[in-house]
Design a protein around this ligand. Structure first.
Ligand SMILES: *Cc1c(COP(=O)(O)O)cnc(C)c1O
Length: 395
């Protein structure tokens, strides 16, 4: 199974098409300046993709930058925050919330599932002072996804601000920022959008702006400041950029969004759903490994996490699989989960039938190489995965 070459061929073709036609290499230098109007147009495309008519702030850094900016802008001493932890990013948010002086109430869902709207409703009822809720939509790192529409409704009824980390979900599953009542929604381009890392976007609702403006502790004249962007860019009608934009990343972000729009967001989302369904079906047929997230509806479309057999180390299985086929998007989990969890990052261009099948084939051979006998026959796994893909895509 060498289907990954189809994936690589696609990527190469896209690069070729965007390269300067007269040059051997992509045109990355000596571009005309990115105008304020063009910058604003890119923001509008991203906002449309996020399902929001609220203001958006584009920050020149990885997605953790606007995530930290949102928390430091909206939270202050005296705030009570509900932090919902379903993976590693939630733990990071908890640290920021405490350092802003908030009292933090935590809901931790096991990484094998999602948080339920009922858990959130219970926490809000028991702690009426909660005025800020932080939630990760989907976790690429732990492979789960949370029911944001239902949670958003519960939070809205209570009246707290809702911050959503949608970095791993945008493009991979529906994202309806306004409809779901999300006040602060953060995305990046580098996961399902198959775009650049290094520019990130946060939407800010009118309610959130009010809260931020009233927060004396909100960063100002700072790289973490949302208010600076409001004062110097949004309130002036987005006519003059406050500094030189990260032009290459912005142009790449625009291309990524345009490409998703051209393919059709529903088609791109279906590819991601199919990748998760195919991986889970394939692994169940393969044996040895099991899906780490127990229920299909809690599984993130962007990445599937797998549990290694108890007597084997996930890192060794991944290394053996990559020795068979270095091109597949497999990795061992980080930190405490490294021994037991394998990640298949089937997002972006890797949300592809051939990539998923090649990954399963490599995993089967990797398992065999480290002495797991459950994986003797990869054929059944590939058949099950292909069937699940076709059933999801409908053809
Ligand atoms: C990847 C990811 C991030 C971090 O994005 P960076 O741009 O690398 O900072 C944050 N949250 C989630 C859920 C992610 O998957």
């Amino acid at each position: 199974m060498r289907a990954r070459y189809r994936w690589k061929a696609t990527v190469t073709a896209v690069n070729d098409a965007t390269a300067n036609a007269n040059s051997e290499v992509p045109a990355l230098l000596d571009l005309p300046p990115l105008s304020a109007a063009h910058f604003a147009r890119i923001e509008d495309k991203v906002a449309a993709m996020m399902g929001t008519e609220a203001d958006v702030v584009t920050m020149q850094g990885e997605a953790l930058l606007p995530l930290e900016a949102c928390i430091r802008s909206a939270v202050r001493p005296g705030s009570t925050a509900l932090n919902i932890i379903t993976g590693p990013y939630g733990e990071t948010f908890g640290g920021w919330l405490r350092s802003c002086g908030a009292e933090v109430i935590t809901i931790s869902a096991p990484f094998t599932g999602a948080v339920s709207p009922q858990q959130v409703a219970d926490a809000l009822r028991e702690n009426p002072a909660i005025d800020f809720v932080s939630l990760v939509h989907a976790e690429a790192a732990t492979g789960n996804t949370n029911p944001v529409a239902e949670i958003g409704a519960v939070v809205r009824e209570h009246g707290a601000l809702l911050m959503l980390d949608a970095v791993a979900s945008v493009g991979a599953e529906p994202l309806h920022t306004d409809e779901w009542g999300v006040d602060l929604c953060v995305i990046g381009g580098q996961k399902a959008l198959a775009g650049p890392a290094g520019v990130s976007v946060a939407s800010v609702s009118a309610r959130a702006w009010e809260r931020i403006a009233a927060n004396e502790q909100a960063p100002r004249r700072s790289y973490l400041s949302l208010l600076d962007w409001k004062d110097r860019w949004i309130d002036g009608g987005r006519k003059a950029l406050p500094h030189a934009p990260a032009q290459l990343e912005m142009l790449a972000l625009e291309q990524a969004v345009d490409r998703v729009t051209a393919e059709g967001p529903a088609v791109v989302i279906a590819r991601h759903r199919a990748a998760a369904a195919a991986t889970r079906a394939g692994v169940r047929a393969l044996g040895g490994l099991t899906p780490y997230v127990l229920r299909d509806e809690d599984a993130a479309p962007a990445a599937t996490t797998l549990r290694a057999p108890e007597d084997l180390d996930a890192r060794e299985i991944v290394a053996a699989a990559l020795a068979v086929d270095a091109g597949v998007p497999l990795q061992a989990a980080a930190g405490a989960l490294a021994e037991e969890m394998i990640r298949l990052n089937h997002y972006g261009r890797a949300a592809d039938r051939g990539v998923v099948l090649a990954s399963l084939a490599a995993l089967a051979e990797g398992l065999r190489a480290v002495g797991a006998d459950a994986a003797a026959d990869a054929g059944a796994a590939l058949k099950a995965a292909g069937d699940a893909w076709d059933a999801t895509i409908g053809g």
